[in-house]
Design a protein around this ligand. Structure first.
Ligand code: HAM
Length: 423
């Protein structure tokens, strides 16, 4: 069998995360945690695997995610299982299952982790991707919408993103939307033939989703479609006005996109999206909104909720293209050795540096000093401790400062305290 036949590649639309990208992921997560703590969100980790029905009921049977994008299977006990395509449904399930609705008023969670959607992979669109998000449950207050949007902007800024745009819309309640959907149907009916095949199906099943179609012919038709505004009640309008005035008071810029609809069916009233020009076709960096009827539809109390999720890979793309990742070097040490005795002594030095809390590494297979110096450079180590048979005899090592390009002899006894001082 040739070695090629033995090769197994990763699945399309999945990624191995390492090196600078892994560092960037860490930075993003740390930025998220710092900001979410400031906004009093506590962490909630829900399982990746859930009952398929959770997503079918929460996201809507006619959504693309449920219709064609979920990774689903029957497990050994014949349960229909899905790998979570998003985080909100699981958070709502956990909120009810752990009785948060009974014990506490307002519940504020943040979450992070992989999500799965079997979409056609392209730049910024993966089949396994990561989201960082928050959900604020148990409140219908417009101030909660504002708080969630402000925490989203604060998180993106803390992560180093600039130049993103915030778009808002008011989708009203399900009742208001029922009337609006009728008006949309009346509007699209005479021009059904102009619409793409998908939109012709949407016309029957979920007319609202036509507004989200990217097909140029459909976009032309959509540009004249009525907006929901005229079908909103005073209550819905005033809710949205409060959200907008909170954002204005906080100095956050936004645009109203009266035709923005979301791909998931649970939204009511405020919806929002953050886009970035560097992302190309898949320009949504994050999105979210209010979902006032979801908790009740799962047998919980009639309380509202609001949240958002940011795509971590997309945020990485923005940060990378903005060169926001500085090639930060931690003060780290590289132990370079020549010969078996030096390797043995070097390994002890390596361990004592780490016990001191210093970052240190070495190459156990190392052959030449040159190749070890190359590795130290690649690892962005600031200092290299060089130990050969000659140095061993004299109980010294060479201490090389890679940034200052200096090198000096140091007694092995003093080495540890010198390294400690460099920390
Ligand atoms: P969503 O708009 O489906 O909302 O996804 C949120 C973000 O996840 C997107 O803006 C995007 O950055 C990222 N994302 C989605 N699909 C992919 C993909 N295939 N590849 C890479 N990134 C992707 C939700 O998931 C809602 N649960 C948000 C929410 C929370 N609403 C209320 N609370």
């Amino acid at each position: 069998m040739s070695s090629n036949q033995n090769k197994i590649s990763r699945l399309r639309g999945t990624q191995d995360i390492y090196g600078d990208t892994a560092l960037l992921f860490q930075k993003i997560e740390q930025a998220a945690i710092r900001v979410f703590e400031r906004y009093s969100f506590g962490e909630l980790e829900t399982p990746i695997l859930e009952e398929k029905q959770l997503f079918v009921r929460a996201l809507g049977t006619e959504t693309d995610v449920v219709q064609k994008e979920m990774y689903e299977f029957e497990d050994r006990s014949k349960t229909q299982v899905a790998m979570r395509p998003e985080g909100t449904a699981g958070v709502v399930r956990a909120y009810l299952e752990n009785n948060f609705d009974k014990n506490e008023g307002l519940c504020k969670f943040y979450y992070r982790g992989p999500m799965f959607r079997s979409e056609r992979p392209q730049a910024g669109r993966l089949r396994q991707f990561h989201q960082i998000g928050v959900e604020e449950l148990g409140t219908s207050s417009p101030y909660a919408d504002a708080e969630v949007i402000l925490s989203l902007c604060a998180f993106l800024e803390e992560a180093g993103a600039t130049g993103f745009e915030l778009k808002l819309n008011n989708l009203g309640t399900f009742e208001e939307r029922t009337i609006y959907k009728e008006k949309l149907r009346e509007f699209f009916k005479p021009q059904l033939k102009r619409l793409c095949e998908d939109c012709q199906k949407r016309f029957e099943k979920n007319v609202f989703r036509i507004l989200d179609c990217k097909n140029p012919d459909c976009r032309k038709a959509i540009s004249d479609a009525p907006t929901i505004e005229s079908y909103l009640t005073e209550e819905s309008k005033s809710h949205f006005d409060t959200v907008k005035s909170c954002l204005e008071a906080a100095g956050v810029k936004y645009k109203i996109d009266a035709r923005m609809v979301r791909g998931l069916d649970y939204y009511t009233k405020t919806v929002f999206e953050v886009t970035h020009s560097k992302l190309g076709a898949q320009d949504a960096l994050g999105a979210g909104g209010r979902y006032d009827q979801l908790i009740e539809s799962f047998g919980g109390p009639s309380v509202g909720a609001v949240g958002f999720a940011v795509g971590v890979e997309r945020l990485c793309l923005c940060l990378k293209s903005e060169e926001a990742i500085s090639a930060e070097t931690t003060t780290s040490f590289y132990v370079a050795t020549l010969g078996p005795e030096a390797l043995k002594a070097g390994f002890k030095i390596l361990q004592s540096l780490r016990v001191e809390g210093l970052s240190a590494q070495m190459d156990f297979e190392a052959k030449s000093l040159k190749s070890q110096l190359r590795s130290a450079d690649k690892a962005k180590s600031r200092y290299v401790i060089i130990l050969g048979e000659e140095e061993m005899k004299k109980n010294i090592c060479l201490f090389k400062d890679m940034a200052a390009k200096t090198q000096e002899e140091v007694g092995l006894k003093e080495l540890l305290s010198i390294c400690r001082d460099k920390k």
